[in-house]
Structures are given as C-alpha cells and as structure tokens.
Design a protein around this ligand. Structure first.
Ligand code: CTP
Length: 404
C-alpha cells in the first residue's frame, strides 16, 4: 500500500505556466491513493481552468476566500483542518513572499496560515526571480519555519531562459512526498555526497577530465535536504547552481576530493560517492608544455580510490558507491560491491545518450543480500527512489533511529 493511501492532500495551485503540470501531479497523487482537494489562486485560473482540477479531483475547486457556496460546503477553516499536508505546486515568487510575510489575502495563503499540517512548496518561476535576493531570503525564512521546498530544478524555461526555476517534475514531487514522511525519514542524518568530475592538471593551462555533469549527485543532495538530512556536498567543477546544503566544498583534483571526503567521512552517517573520480592523474608540469616534439607522452599514476578508503575506515559511514559501465552492468556492480566492501552500489549504463550529461538515467541497485531496478526516470525522481532504498538499508543497520 502506498504511504499516501488515505492521506488528505490540499493541492494549492498558483499562477504560472507550470500550473498545467499540477494537473498531472493531481492525477499521480490520486493514483497513489491520496484524497485531494484543490485550491487555486485567481492567477492560476488564468493558466488552467478550474474544471480540469474539478474533473481530476472529483471535487469542486475552491478559490475565493469569501465564497458563500464554498463556505457552506467546507469552510476554509474546516478545509485547513482536513488537510494532512498542503502541497503548493507551482509555488510562485509572489506566494512565497506572501507566505513569508504571513499574509492571508486569498484563500490559499489563509489556509496555509490556519493549517497546522506540514506545508510543502514546489517553486516555479523565472530563473532571475528565483535568484533574486528577496526570493532567496523568503526561501530561507520559510525553510527555517519548517516549510519544505522541493526544487526548483534547473533547465530550459518557458520564457526561453535557462537556469534554476523550473518546477520539479510531478513524478519527482510525488516521489518526494512518498519518501519524505512529514517528519523526514532521514531527518538529522548526516549525509556526505561527492559529485561531478575531477580535473587533473597536466600543466598550468591544461587538464584531464571526464563527462560527468554532477547532476545525479546534486539531485541526491537536494532530495536528501528535502527529506531532512544534513547534507555535505563535495563537488568537482560543474556548471550547476550551488544547491541549498549544509556544507558545500568545491574541489578540483582527485587528490583534493580525497582529502575533503576523508576529512568529513568519519563524522558522516552515510557516504554516497557519485563523483566520477579520475582513476589516473599526471604529475603536473610547473611550466606550460611547449609543442617542441611530434609526440607527447604523459605518464599517469593511479589515484587513491576514495570510495574504498571510506569503506575501509574503522568507524565507517553506510557507504554507497556508483558504477558507470559500458557492458556487463550487473556483474561489474556486484564485483565492486564485494571488492570495495560497500553497503550498496548503484550501477548505470554509460555510452551514447546514457548516464553522463543527460537528465534521465536508470539504475541497477544492489546490496549484499538483494537488488532492484529503478527504471528510466529524471535524475530528480531517481534521487528520491534511491534515497528511499538507502534509508531502508541504513535503518535496517540502525533500527533505533528509524522514525517509521
Ligand atoms: N571512485 C572513487 N575514487 C576513485 C575512483 C572511483 O571514490 N579514484 C568511486 C566513484 O565515486 C564511484 C565508484 O568508485 O562511486 C566506481 O567508480 P567507477 O569509475 O565506476 O569504477 P572504478 O572503481 O574506478 O573501476 P573501473 O574504472 O575499473 O570500472
């Protein structure tokens, strides 16, 4: 049975092009067994007609604060009490500002103020609006008050710009709601994540690197934070915006990453090594190498295996590795699990259009006495599904800390 089965979810829809995605979220929530009532702001109704939400939820949509007909059916205070959770998706910059100020100038903000249920926001707005100091501050204050922010994701926007501000995909929001119990199943758990590629200097102007974009690690960092974990992210160079994590350490080389990760690992409960760490590095030349000769030979030396080193610590965290393979995925994944003495391995196929530099991925996850497949999905969705598996295995080792 889905954890959402029988839950009363109040879905708030605010004005923005992502409002159409709220219809899909509503469909998914109902599919997961939740009872859903929809409240729209007047601006949201400019984007998608209330009839769509009425048909999908099976209930009339509320939008007016002082609507005698609606008040006689289920008054706004009764609606606030009815909700087990309030999910606002999309949450515009405007509604975030009004919630932060504690305004109750429409039905949705009034309900958020009157309800004692957890409030979850899935922000969606133009990237400049999301990055504006006012919105950043509003987001930080709302988080401090215990409001959970899911996303936004980074990517191409309806306005033609690219950056952070896209609403998380409905499937990712659903996955977050399923895995994140109101109190957060990973609440307070210290999770260390490595992400991105490393850069190995050849000389002062050149380096060796790989195709890792960092997206999987960053999606895990965001998902773990949304689930209440205390996240430290050690990241190689990426083009991604810095996520809201407790600690962010920027590194370049495999040696720097090893130092940062091994420094933080003893004080971590879980380590997830998503980084594509260079296996070999050159000894960098102090001066720029001149093109005097017809050929150039580089001698590369093995780098330290960070994952194996973490798994070998006397007080080791629950250790999860990734395995990027072009063939024999499952065999290599099991071999890495055993060779590095890991608690779990998430393996993915790499090659044309797969694994690196793309938004979607599929994982084959194995642990000493089990395995499962997570089929192709956006990395933001996979992140929540993988964290759920990690939480299961981690809590099996530490049953006293499991809030379930
Ligand atoms: N890893 C690491 N340190 C290294 C190399 C890899 O911590 N120097 C970690 C990666 O973060 C990942 C896992 O090891 O979690 C597997 O990485 P992968 O490149 O798939 O495998 P390798 O162990 O490097 O083995 P091979 O390249 O032979 O497949």
């Amino acid at each position: 049975m889905s954890p959402l089965s029988g839950q009363n979810i109040l879905l708030g829809v605010t004005g923005g092009i992502a409002a159409y995605k709220a219809a899909e979220l509503l469909r998914l929530l109902r599919g997961a067994g939740a009872e859903v009532r929809v409240v729209m702001t007047p601006a949201a109704a400019e984007f998608v007609g209330p009839l769509t939400f009425q048909a999908l939820s099976g209930h009339p949509v509320s939008s007016e604060l002082l609507d005698p007909a609606a008040e006689s059916a289920m008054g706004h205070i009764a609606l606030a009490r009815w909700a087990d959770r309030i999910v606002v998706a999309p949450a515009s910059a405007d509604v975030m500002a009004r919630l932060r100020a504690g305004l109750a100038d429409d039905l949705l903000t009034t309900l958020c103020l009157a309800a004692t249920a957890p409030v979850i926001l899935a922000p969606a707005m133009n990237q400049a609006m999301w990055q504006h100091p006012a919105t950043r501050e509003n987001a930080a204050v709302l988080r401090q008050r215990g409001i959970c922010l899911l996303g936004p994701a980074t990517g191409e926007q309806a306005c033609g710009e690219t950056g952070p501000g896209r609403m998380l995909e409905p499937a990712a929001i659903l996955a977050a709601l399923i895995t994140a119990e109101p109190s957060g199943r990973l609440a307070g758990v210290r999770i260390l994540i490595s992400a991105g590629p490393t850069r190995e200097a050849i000389d002062p102007v050149r380096y060796l690197t790989n195709r890792s974009s960092g997206r999987m690690g960053y999606a895990l960092a965001a998902a773990a934070t949304a689930q209440g974990a205390r996240v430290s992210l050690v990241s190689g160079p990426t083009a991604l915006p810095r996520p809201d994590v407790e600690r962010h350490v920027a590194v370049e080389s495999a040696a720097e990453m090893a130092e940062a990760v091994l420094g933080l690992a003893p004080a971590s409960d879980i380590y997830i090594g998503t980084a594509a760490v260079a296996d070999y590095a050159p000894a960098p030349s102090a001066d720029k190498i001149k093109k005097d000769a017809d050929t150039l030979t580089l001698t590369l030396t093995r780098t330290r295996d960070i994952l194996a080193a973490v798994a070998g610590l006397p007080e080791r965290p629950f250790t999860v590795g990734f395995a990027a393979e072009t063939r024999d995925l499952e065999t290599y994944a099991r071999a890495k699990l055993a060779a590095k003495r890991l608690d779990m391995v998430a393996a993915n196929a790499v090659g044309a259009g797969l694994g690196f530099e793309v938004d979607d991925n599929a994982l084959h996850v194995c642990w000493p006495d089990g395995e499962t497949r997570l089929p192709t999905a956006p990395k933001t969705v996979l992140a929540h599904q993988l964290l759920d598996l990690i939480a299961d295995r981690y809590h099996a080792h530490h049953p006293a800390q499991d809030p379930r």
